[in-house]
Ligand binder design. Structure first.
Ligand SMILES: Cc1cc2nc3c(=O)[nH]c(=O)nc-3n(C[C@H](O)[C@H](O)[C@H](O)COP(=O)(O)OP(=O)(O)OC[C@H]3O[C@@H](n4cnc5c(N)ncnc54)[C@H](O)[C@@H]3O)c2cc1C
Length: 476
């Protein structure tokens, strides 16, 4: 625990902020409850003293410089859809709401990039790019997150198995450092060997090293066709064991998601319609794979899906359903896209693990998780990106006391995180560390790596004012 002293925001300082961004500064009773938490409120709530709507890089730099000189905490905030408490003001201070910097600035089609402000929503860029026949490949489940938030968490999502994660699509960025200095990192080029890659340090730094105020993102030509398969299995083990076989046959799916029946049922209750089969020829279905393939022609995709179907049936699938029309594809994915909301709607106490393990270890890992779960009073629901080993394991209870729930969940997580490490996995595949996972990071990283991470933080943020208490640094 590091001892750092922060000042409260004085009325004089608020007046100075108002001169920089008139009409954009909000205090106390003016700040909506939404800003006091993210989408995983179990990690705690906290209000900032002041909320400022971001306008320009220069204005943000002027505000941050004032905060630096006065030892005031600053928290950059995107859409608040994070799942690790990273965008929550646990030490008060000035929250900078980036959602108002939301312009798509310029497409550069000769270089296949787009320049955007960080508050542009993923959904808005994805739709806009598609109109021009272009794809922005990162596809995390929450489409109404900001691109700045996606970059700050290195968001992953469904298409990571084929196209990689957000990191792979960031060419350049403008950053306001915790000192108020403005830097530009990267360039509109596709290769670089130009010193330490600070741009890669910024990606996934969860608002602890700098505030991203502009992004240049890579695009690719949009594939002409896609086709999805819903593949039901009797049990989760058969379902998961099929995934490495698909890769062994060198099929290159765009997405490979697994889901257990319980979660599909919850999701269908939530969206109000049934899409997935629950029983096939007398076999009770226990789990599903949802696969998508993309390509240039439907004929080629049909060949690939036939091959995938054969592999799956041989591996124990009970059936293979093809979603080849826009409505069928939309329905198949609607249920998958609503999993978290569906769990939230039915659950009072919820915590989450977002480990990533090697793909060939998923089945064994999940078997272990469900075995360990038997020692506890909460239930577990799981789904995830089977193609890249990223598992979302939710602990859920409607009848436990909060204190008891937290105590039991800690015991459970200690155990399953240790197993993930033994299997060669990592603590977070895509949601980040933030506040909620901070205390587990050291056990995955070791003392030397933690020392280096803290050294990076101290170099970028000598007064520890930017989003303190998150990722690798505890402050009291
Ligand atoms: C239903 C649901 C589904 C989800 N599915 C996925 C998924 O499939 N894959 C995935 O990876 N995530 C997923 N998420 C998590 C979440 O959407 C991502 O973490 C997202 O990237 C957060 O973006 P945001 O704009 O909401 O950022 P916030 O939650 O506001 O902030 C997240 C972090 O980014 C920092 N930050 C935000 N903007 C900036 C900026 N401009 N400069 C510097 N730092 C900044 C904040 O300080 C904070 O540390 C899901 C969440 C929900 C609710």
């Amino acid at each position: 625990m590091e001892a750092v002293h922060y000042n409260r925001v004085s009325p004089e300082l608020i007046e100075q902020f108002k001169k920089i961004v008139p009409g954009k500064v909000h205090t106390a009773e003016d700040i909506n409850e939404d800003y006091s938490h993210d989408e995983m409120p179990i990690y705690g709530k906290g209000y900032p003293d002041v909320l400022i709507e971001a306008t320009t890089t220069e204005d943000i730099a002027a505000i941050v410089k004032l905060c630096y000189e006065n030892n005031i905490v600053v928290i950059p905030r995107g859409a608040g859809t994070g799942l690790v408490g990273a965008a929550v003001a646990i030490h008060g201070g000035v929250m900078i709401d980036m959602t108002k910097m939301n312009k798509i600035l310029e497409y550069d089609l000769e270089n296949f990039v787009v320049r955007v402000e960080p508050g542009v929503l993923l959904n808005d860029l994805a739709e806009d790019a598609l109109k021009q026949g272009l794809l922005y490949p990162p596809d995390p489940g929450e489409k109404f997150a900001t691109l700045g938030g996606n970059v700050a968490t290195n968001a992953g999502g469904m298409r990571a198995v084929k196209y990689g994660t957000t990191r792979d699509y960031v060419r350049a960025m403008t950053v306001v450092l915790p000192t108020g200095e403005i830097i530009k990192l990267g360039a509109t080029v596709s290769k670089t060997s130009t010193g330490y890659s600070l741009i890669n340090l910024m990606i996934g730094s969860e608002g602890t090293l700098g505030i991203i105020t502009e992004l240049t993102l890579k695009l690719i030509p949009a594939p002409k066709e896609t086709i999805s398969l819903i593949i039901p299995f009797e049990n989760l083990e058969d379902c998961i064991s099929t995934v490495p076989k698909i890769f062994l046959h060198k099929l290159a799916p765009q997405a490979v998601e697994f889901m257990e029946k319980e979660i599909v049922l919850a999701s269908e209750r939530y969206i109000g319609r049934a899409v997935y089969p629950k029983e096939v020829e007398g076999v009770d279905i226990g789990a599903y794979l949802l696969l998508t393939f993309d390509g240039e022609s439907m004929e080629r995709l049909e060949e690939i899906t036939e091959q995938a179907a054969e592999i799956a049936l041989e591996a124990g699938a009970v059936d293979v359903l093809v979603a080849d029309t826009p409505t069928k594809k939309k329905d198949a994915w609607a249920a998958r896209s609503s999993f978290l909301e569906a769990i939230e709607a039915e659950t009072e106490l919820l915590d989450e693990c977002d480990v990533v393990v090697p793909v060939n270890k998923i089945a064994e890992y999940l078997k272990y998780v469900y075995k360990v779960r038997e020692n506890y009073d909460f239930t577990v629901k799981s789904f995830g990106h089977a193609g890249d080993g990223n598992l979302h394991i939710y602990t859920c209870s409607n009848d436990m006391e909060l204190e008891e729930f937290n105590k039991q969940v800690k015991g459970f997580f200690d155990d399953i995180y240790q197993k993930a490490a033994e299997f060669g996995g990592l603590l977070s595949g895509e949601h980040g560390i933030g506040y909620g996972k901070r205390d587990y990071l050291a056990s995955f990283s070791g003392d030397v790596v933690m020392r280096l991470m803290k050294g990076v933080k101290e170099t970028f943020d000598p007064k520890m004012i930017l989003n303190p208490g998150k990722v690798c640094y505890k402050v009291d």
